[in-house]
Design a protein around this ligand. Structure first.
Ligand SMILES: Cc1ncc(COP(=O)(O)O)c(C=O)c1O
Length: 493
């Protein structure tokens, strides 16, 4: 018991006194108390501590006595001693002196010295779609994932205006308490309809959706096995969960199967996490093959559809529609509202039980304000508009095919991109990639460089997001300018 209190509190076990109160003297908050009793019941299987028994003025001595009296007869714990601190640690208390803060400052300064312009935090005025306005000048834009042009679409703008007039600009409470608005329910019903699931939940951030949902459903003793190109939000969710994390080689279901064959038996829950469209490479997984592996190993599956919802599938229903899989074969269809769906926030679609559980317990939902009514209205209107205007999806596909065809004809390395609007131009060197993006911007074309450490140095690239709004002319002249600037770079090398 002392060991557990030491683990959670950080105090050395030898310094703990039986007369100290858990809350007042040892500073436990509710999360630490839950952690403490979780640890104690793992140590003594069968031990049950009634939640009502504990009160803030309980002392360590009382807790030890109670746990000793309540544990199952004969149950013993294996004591792991908490090592006493051996040395004092040099304190760091000035943020400007943190090594990582200084490393960033040095990187930014050295980039300035190399004669390239910082490509980050460019101010984009106006609606960002096929064009954008930077520094007062209109540029052709390939840097935003407004895939269907729904952000700025008149039907979406008008829905947002109506929502703010009706509900104000905030729901001013967690939805669990008093923040629930009709527009949240309508959006979730629309998402569930689009994805063919029983229900859906909408949260305030796409990134935070993965963090909180993965962090909440998995824990110690579980395994999360994810594609090696997984988005940061998935990795953060893994870290939060405390589960073991293992990447598998990109899109390789055979390697996934082999890994699970070797290690599945050590874990209680196993979650396989893949994405619908990979956002740096523009390729898609073989979903039916992944599902077959998942079923074979009694695993759960989460598919992050950030870049595939409103992009893949005959009606924009994502990768599940693209491959026509049984929707019940994937437990968690997650995604974000910020791309094709013209809003801001994340969602998870799945069974009614899953969604009810998340709505009552997922920390990033319960302890966070409800999605703003305007954002919910924007994505709701975007889904409805996508249904009313299927030509937008046709244009997106036509434009994506045209860009890829022209780029490959021009000998540009587009990696594994196929059938998606995410098309990289792999340059293989961060500095040259930066120079290329600067050169294109001077010619009125805005495309973001993706540099190390976001991708390995030899895969540094420009990443083009094609949208349904681009004209054939814009695409042809951009690929021509890109080929031209690449040739200049090669000649100068
Ligand atoms: C695969 C993936 N998941 C999650 C997110 C996070 O979504 P948001 O930017 O809406 O927070 C992104 C964003 O780029 C993403 O690409």
């Amino acid at each position: 018991m002392r060991t557990e209190v030491a683990r959670v509190s950080g105090f050395p076990a030898a310094a703990l006194k039986s007369t100290q109160t858990i809350v007042g003297d040892l500073g436990f908050d509710s999360i630490m108390i839950t952690d403490l009793f979780g640890g104690v019941s793992r140590a003594f299987p069968g031990l049950v501590v009634e939640p009502n028994w504990f009160s803030p003025n309980r002392t360590l001595g009382e807790v030890i006595e109670h746990v000793t009296a309540s544990r199952a007869p004969g149950s013993r714990r294996t004591v792991t001693a908490v090592p006493e601190p051996e040395q004092t640690v040099a304190p760091e208390f000035r943020i400007a002196e943190f090594p990582e803060v200084q490393a960033l400052a040095a990187r930014l300064t050295s980039a300035e010295g190399l004669g390239v312009t910082n490509p980050y935090f460019l101010v984009n005025d106006g609606v960002t779609r096929d064009t954008s306005t930077i520094g007062g000048a209109e540029v052709v834009n390939f840097s935003s994932y407004n895939y269907l042009g729904m952000s700025g679409h008149p039907a979406v703008v008008s829905a947002v205006q109506d929502a703010v007039a009706r509900y104000g600009s905030s729901c001013s409470a967690s939805r669990l308490l008093s923040g629930e608005k009709p527009v949240h329910r309508e959006l979730e019903a629309e998402l569930a309809g689009l994805l063919g699931t029983e229900d859906a939940i909408a949260l305030v951030s796409g990134h935070a959706t993965n963090v909180t949902v993965i962090g909440h459903l998995l824990g110690e003793g579980d395994l999360i096995i994810h594609d090696s190109l997984a988005h940061d939000s998935i990795l953060q969710g893994c870290a939060l969960s405390g589960a073991t994390r293992r990447p598998f080689p990109h899109n390789d279901h055979v390697a996934l199967d082999a890994l699970l064959t070797a290690i599945r038996s050590q874990y209680r829950r196993v979650l396989i996490v893949i994405e619908g469209v990979y956002s740096q490479d523009g390729d898609i997984p073989d979903l039916p093959a992944m599902i077959a592996v998942k079923k074979k190993h009694q695993a759960l599956m989460m598919v992050d559809e950030a870049h595939s919802i409103g992009v893949l599938g005959a009606t924009g229903g994502g990768i599940g529609e693209h491959f026509d899989v049984d929707r019940d074969d994937v437990e968690l269809w997650s995604g974000t509202m910020s791309k094709a769906l013209a809003g801001c926030g994340g969602y998870v679609a799945g069974s009614a039980e899953l969604i009810r559980f998340l709505k009552y317990t997922a920390p990033g939902f319960v302890y966070s304000v409800g999605m703003t009514p305007m954002n919910a209205a924007a994505s709701l209107a975007a889904i409805r508009q996508m249904r009313a205007e299927p030509e937008a999806l046709d244009r997106l596909r036509r434009n994506s095919r045209l860009f890829l065809q022209l780029a490959t004809d021009a000998g540009i390395d587009t990696g594994d991109s196929k059938d998606t609007p995410v098309i990289p131009c792999i340059v293989g060197d961060s500095l040259r990639t930066l120079a290329l993006s600067n050169a294109l911007l001077r010619r009125g074309i805005n495309v973001n460089p993706i540099l190390y450490p976001a991708v390995p140095e030899d895969l540094a690239r420009l990443r083009f997001f094609v949208t349904s709004c681009h004209t054939e002319d814009q695409i042809r002249s951009t690929v021509a300018a890109l080929a031209d600037e690449l040739a200049t770079l090669v000649a100068a090398a």
